[in-house]
Design a protein around this ligand. Sequence first.
Ligand code: TXA
Ligand code: MG
Length: 313
Amino acid sequence: MRHSDTNILNSSESSSIEAAVSALRDDELVAIPTETVYGLAARASSRTAVNKIFKVKGRPANHPLILHIAKTSDLEKWAQDLSTVARTLVDHYWPGPLTIVVQRNEKVCDEITGGRNTVAIRCPDHKIATELLNRLDDAIVAPSANRFGKVSPTTAEHVAADLGDDVKIILDGGECAIGLESTIIDCTTTPPQLLRVGAITVEQIKTECLITVVSASGESRASGMLDKHYAPECEIELFNNRMQAETRRSELSQLGTTSEILDFGDDLALYARSLYARLRDADKRNIDVVIAVKPPSTGIGSAINERLKKAAR
Ligand code: TXA
Ligand code: MG
């Protein structure tokens, strides 16, 4: 859909946040910045609003949504029977890029969880998101604000390009600080399971909280974790180092194939922050192949490699 630009609001103005809160109260959708990626927000207590998300994103109804809260103490409003593991993780990493899957209570509607008795919850570390949640005095559900199957948006312009006028307001908070989606840990299993890797790694959790998180398997693994998910239009090829990437680039160029190299050296934070924007940009310029140099798998490097692998399939 062509986009008019009129619904992008500068989030540093208090009136913009007020407009967003008012739209959410009217069961409209609002795109908001978070520290990970932009989210497409709906008021969590409104089934009407939540249903709009599935319609606008073209997302299957069995793909559950993450509930976003203003502060750790709001967790009790939506969850029950919290385990020690869940409490420890929350105390350690909230607000921040960690989503926990816990037992839901009766306030969480089936539309949010796809009928599961568990719910994914996160407390974003972002001034605007927090202020919006505090003023709204409700939780929001927010998937990444892209059409289903596209890479997540890390700027307001990405959201506008994907969702156009289907979203009432886009709060512009600039570029997302992290640039990749939150880590998701299922705390309803023993041991807890990693459902998605993000900025927070299992190694870090082991060192900092003495909690062992294992790879996902069985029921939780199956829930909406599609094989190919982060998909740009261009082909993506992965290489271990710059030299291999340069060689491949020459080969492709001789074949008349347009390509470009994605390489950020050891700057993992920059890689994570730039990855989705660079993939979108390559598509915009009709680049045939993006040749990505894989980062080391330390810290957020695991998340980058996992997204690259999925995009390359
Ligand atoms: O960083 C993020 O988490 C971003 C920002 C906007 O907060 N949100 C995000 O949402 O990435 P989304 O909808 O794109 O991804 C939600 C993931 C899906 O993979 C879904 O399967 C999983 O969370 N999920 C949600 N509820 C779940 C549940 N009850 N059990 C297992 N997985 C769940
Ligand atoms: Mg998503």
